[in-house]
Design a protein around this ligand. Structure first.
Ligand SMILES: *[C@@H]1O[C@H](CO)[C@@H](O)[C@H](O)[C@H]1NC(C)=O
Ligand SMILES: *[C@@H]1O[C@H](CO)[C@@H](O)[C@H](O)[C@H]1NC(C)=O
Ligand SMILES: *[C@@H]1O[C@H](CO)[C@@H](O)[C@H](O)[C@H]1NC(C)=O
Length: 481
């Protein structure tokens, strides 16, 4: 007989592979929400209701309200629920205190890129039940594959300014209607409500395709990292070695598990697995766990970047200085190592803010590989440098008298074809000799290789010698990359 968790896992496997989440905008501009009023209460029959004159606002009204007087903005709208409306009481409203002037708060500055204003869930059901997921700050804001939800019976105003011209998402739900087609949503944006609800320099565009990769997709919000973090205030931490998760604005106390995967890994299934195996346990009640695919930039010897590699980052934080997190990290690692082959996990490691981490052996193996690569890269940089010197890109001033020449030692210059020198009308000093290459057996084939290329890159004219600068040659590697 199948247990419910197995059923759930099975169901998830059948439902699909997409790894999109639902992200719901928290604030609203509802008449009934007392946080929207400066007196922190909804105005009643003796009150004067005032909307900021110059502000644009779309207000959702759910029921009927008595007012004494209402001052409206220049541009705005009420979205009335069926049966909702306003009426004026003659005389005093007995259920209402002495009349006051109550102002509707300004919602102008609420930004799309503020991670505190969103909550995320794996399903719409979870969203309604309040089962929210923890995410790093970048992914609290809707990712390019996410479904964006504005609460059904509510209106809002959001500043959609970002560093890009558009904000791509999968779908947007407004007032209970889900927009999945680009043209339909563009039409909504240009409607009266659309213009009052969305403002700012970037346009939200729906219809972005699903993430087709079962192992997950990158969120795509790194380009806005600075803006996202500008609204975040980091708490001071009490742990020994705080960790900075990729995509997060602040360091955290807790643990980060890094998972390397192969084909067959399914992020959504794995997220559910961790939930059912561990997060439901009472001892992990205070745990917050966020799981996402990230592209970590690879560095050789800690400095030289060479591309990125995808991995799964599991961020675990708790309210107890990361002690529970470390326990969970160890549990996840155990599970990954014993059950990993059926999950598509090839390797897992963790780092905790206590300074503990998974066994060091894996790390040192990586170090060896890194060092070997580092040495190789170092050698190729030197080769490139010599190459550039040979081609005249890097040139030492020939008038410098202090340059030591080492004619007695066999150096690269002795491999240089004499034609090269004759072309330039005499022995011009092209640079310095690199002593590392003064061992002739190290690079025996180098001179021939460079000599032929040199022929194409130097030309003589009346006015002087011209060099083709390989730095601007399309075929060359970009050394700043
Ligand atoms: C009222 O607004 C606040 C902040 O914008 C929000 O957190 C809260 O959920 C809203 N209340 C309701 C009942 O929607
Ligand atoms: C760190 O590791 C040591 C040894 O494995 C263990 O005794 C200690 O409790 C760990 N620290 C935390 C915070 O779990
Ligand atoms: C391996 O997976 C099973 C469930 O599929 C689980 O009960 C078991 O605890 C896992 N192994 C470890 C070491 O966590």
């Amino acid at each position: 007989m199948l247990k419910t968790t197995d059923m759930l896992l099975l169901l998830i496997c059948l439902v699909g592979t997409s790894d999109s989440l639902y992200k719901q905008w928290i604030p609203d501009t509802n008449y009934e929400n007392k946080t929207n009023w400066d007196k922190e209460s909804v105005p009643c029959g003796n009150d004067i209701v005032q909307f900021p004159v110059q502000r644009k606002v779309s207000v959702f009204v759910e029921t009927t309200h008595a007012v004494q007087e209402m001052r409206l903005p220049v541009d705005g709208e009420f979205i009335l629920n069926s049966g909702a409306g306003f009426y004026v009481v003659s005389g005093q409203d007995p259920g209402c205190g002495a009349g006051v002037t109550t102002k509707f708060k300004d919602s102008e500055s609420l930004q799309w890129l503020n991670p505190a204003l969103w909550q995320g869930s794996a399903t719409l059901d979870d969203l309604q039940r309040g089962n929210f997921l923890f995410s790093v700050h970048e992914e609290s804001v809707p990712c390019q594959y996410d479904d964006v939800v504005f609460k059904a019976s509510s209106s809002f105003r959001v500043d959609t300014s970002t560093s890009q011209s558009s904000i791509p998402v999968k779908s947007v739900s407004v007032l209970g209607k889900k927009y999945e087609s680009t043209s339909e949503f563009t039409q909504y944006l240009s409607s009266r409500s659309g213009r009052l609800q969305f403002h700012g320099s970037s346009a939200v565009t729906v219809g972005n395709q699903e993430c087709g990769d079962p192992s997950g997709c990158a969120c795509g919000n790194s380009v806005n990292h600075k803006r996202i973090c500008s609204t975040v205030q980091c708490a001071s931490l009490g742990c020994k070695k705080p960790l900075l998760p990729v995509g997060h604005c602040c360091e955290v106390c807790g643990a980060i598990v890094t998972i390397h995967f192969a084909t067959g890994f399914n992020l959504q299934t794995y997220r559910q697995r961790i939930h059912h195996l561990f997060l439901v346990l009472p001892k992990y009640k205070s745990i917050q766990l966020g799981m996402s695919k990230i592209f970590k930039s690879q560095q050789l010897m800690g400095i030289i970047p060479f591309g990125t590699s995808p991995e799964i980052q599991v961020v675990i934080v708790d309210e107890e200085k990361g002690i529970q997190s470390e326990g969970l990290a160890r549990d996840i690692l155990k599970d990954a190592r014993s059950n990993g082959s059926s999950l598509g996990i090839t390797e897992a490691e963790f780092q905790a803010s206590s300074g503990n981490s998974s066994d060091q052996t894996g790390g040192s193996a990586g170090m060896v590989v890194g060092t070997v690569f580092g040495v190789l890269i170092g050698i190729s940089i030197i080769i490139t440098l010599v190459f550039l010197i040979r081609r005249g890109v890097i040139q030492m001033p020939s008038s410098l008298p202090s340059l030591p020449s080492l004619p007695s030692l066999p150096s690269l210059s002795s491999f240089r074809r004499s034609r090269d020198v004759e072309d330039l009308n005499g022995p011009i000093d092209h640079g310095y000799d690199n002593p590392i290459f003064d061992k002739p057996n190290l690079m025996p084939e180098a001179p021939g290789l460079y000599a032929t290329e040199t022929k194409n890159s130097i030309s003589m004219t009346q006015s002087g010698v011209h060099f083709v600068n390989p730095v601007y040659d399309d075929n060359e590697t970009d050394f700043n990359a």
